[in-house]
Design a protein around this ligand. Structure first.
Ligand SMILES: Nc1ncnc2c1ncn2[C@@H]1O[C@H](COP(=O)(O)OP(=O)(O)OP(=O)(O)O)[C@@H](O)[C@H]1O
Ligand SMILES: [Mg+2]
Length: 462
């Protein structure tokens, strides 16, 4: 959308006329108002992007007009035109939310660049807003998939927490169980959602840098500190800070963090003044913090402060029912991204995924679906498109020559062939399911599934 509608507000005909000429030449679409009342009406009816506003108007003071238009159209950028030397008006206008001011008599080049800057700022603001909107959708609770009780409980709890403004939260769970996703969902659904969400991974930053990353530093705090720098806590003011892998935070720093949590204030490195911030801290850890307390590598007091609300995200292998739901979700998602129309998984592929133990949890599942959807040419994801190590029992059989097979003239049923091969595998291994599964290069669970499907007897032997 082009940002080019500019409302000129001035009671002097000549000024309006010359501005109108200039703006048109510069490629904008000017509108005009000769008094405050008309200006307010036009600002509402036409929602211009920029208003060039004279301070002295016959019916109203420009500042009144400014206040009124910002109320009906908060995104509009107002540039004040003041008489040369009357700085009080300009200062008051800036306080009321004007973007900038230019003085009269007008210097058109100056005015032109002020307008350009204003529109640039407006564009940025709109982009930030669009990103926030996109993130709000992306991290909506609806996109947290899972019907297992543990996930449902976690979501229920999170909705409550999101509504409360400042509670500290601790997420515990293995890598890839959704700690980041959940933290973002809380942020974007809290009253802080318009403010920044920032994250720092305590394991990824060298120990000696964590402190200055968190708290910032003053000029001269150390050799390289040429100027003051804000830390991530200050940058996240009003928003949410995720401290990822909090278990890796240096022991000495843990006490300082505790103080931030207790009274929302801290000192920059090398600083003497307290900096106050309003930040919700969400901590996450894939290590067992209680064990770390016993080993004296994590502070007990910090743990209890963080532990006000703890959400444990169970590993995917403990919520097997969610695997097909998540598959469906990611297939839809990648169909969108890749412009494909994959309908689902073949039963063989599904049963392999159902019996896998997912050490990388949902991240692994997501990556696996992505990879399979790139590889798969058919309408469904088949077992061939899955990585070979997805079942611990499978040995690759692809390099073994298949025996001569030919379809009888009268035709056959693929399922019957499958059933027959399973029978043969079981009889050859004396009913040992593990070995039979290996012979067929499928998982034991997949074998069991098929045996049930074909109503083959389970013999006692394994
Ligand atoms: N319940 C869920 N529904 C849908 N997607 C999920 C769910 N849980 C996790 N994901 C997705 O799985 C991926 C990994 O999740 P996330 O990054 O939140 O894990 P994590 O617990 O922070 O891992 P790590 O400990 O490695 O940082 C992300 O792409 C996330 O969107
Ligand atoms: Mg994470």
């Amino acid at each position: 959308m082009a940002l080019d509608r500019i409302l000129i507000v001035d009671d002097e005909d000549l000024i309006r006329w010359s501005l109108q000429q200039k703006l048109t030449n510069w490629g904008y679409h000017p509108l005009e108002a000769a008094d405050g009342t008309t200006a307010i009406e036009l600002a509402e009816a036409e929602s211009p992007d920029v208003i060039l506003l004279d301070v002295q108007l016959p019916d109203k003071n420009g500042l009144e007009v400014l206040r009124a238009v910002r109320e009906t159209n908060p995104r509009v950028v107002v540039i004040i035109m003041t008489a040369y030397g009357v700085l009080e008006d300009a200062v008051a206008a800036l306080r009321l939310g004007a973007y900038d001011f230019v003085s009269k008599p007008l210097n058109f080049e100056e005015l032109r660049s002020t307008i350009q800057n204003a529109l640039e700022a407006l564009k940025l603001r709109q982009e930030v807003k669009r990103f926030r909107e996109r993130d709000r959708k992306r991290f909506s609770f609806d996109n947290i998939i899972g019907e297992s009780e543990s996930i449902q409980e976690a979501v229920h709890l999170m909705k409550k927490i999101a509504a409360s403004p400042a509670t500290t939260i601790l997420f515990q769970g293995e890598s890839g169980t959704g700690k980041d996703l959940f933290a973002k969902a809380i942020h974007y659904h809290s009253s802080r959602g318009e403010r920044p969400f920032l994250a720092i991974n305590c394991a990824a930053i060298p120990e000696n840098l964590v402190e200055s990353e968190l708290f910032g530093y003053e000029k001269g705090a150390f050799t390289d500190a040429r100027q003051q720098k804000k830390g991530i806590l200050e940058l996240a003011d009003g928003g949410t800070l995720l401290l990822d892998e909090i278990g890796e935070m240096p022991f000495g720093l843990q006490a300082k963090l505790l103080r931030v949590l207790e009274d929302q204030s801290f000192k920059r490195v090398g600083g003497v003044q307290d900096v106050r911030v309003d930040v919700r801290v969400i901590a996450s850890s894939n290590r067992d913090l209680k064990k770390m307390i016993e080993a004296e590598t994590f502070r007990r007091d910090l743990f209890y402060r963080l532990n006000v609300i703890t959400i444990s995200l169970p590993p995917l292998r403990e919520r097997g029912h969610d695997v097909p739901l998540l598959c469906r979700h990611f297939i839809d998602q990648y169909n969108n991204t890749f412009g494909k129309a994959i309908t689902g998984l073949t039963p063989a592929a599904a049963s392999r995924l159902a019996s896998y133990n997912w050490p990388g949890n949902i991240r692994e599942l997501k990556n696996l679906i992505e990879r399979a959807m790139i590889l798969e040419d058919g309408p469904e994801i088949g077992a061939d498109a899955l990585p070979i190590d997805i079942t611990d029992t499978a040995t690759p059989a692809s390099d073994v020559e298949l025996p001569e097979l030919s379809i009888p003239v009268s035709g056959t049923s693929l399922e019957r062939v499958e059933e027959e091969l399973i029978r043969q595998a079981l009889s050859r291994t004396g009913g040992n399911q593990t070995r039979a599964a290996k012979l067929l290069d499928i998982s034991r669970d997949a074998l069991r599934y098929k045996m049930k499907k074909f109503q083959l007897q389970e013999s006692g032997a394994h």
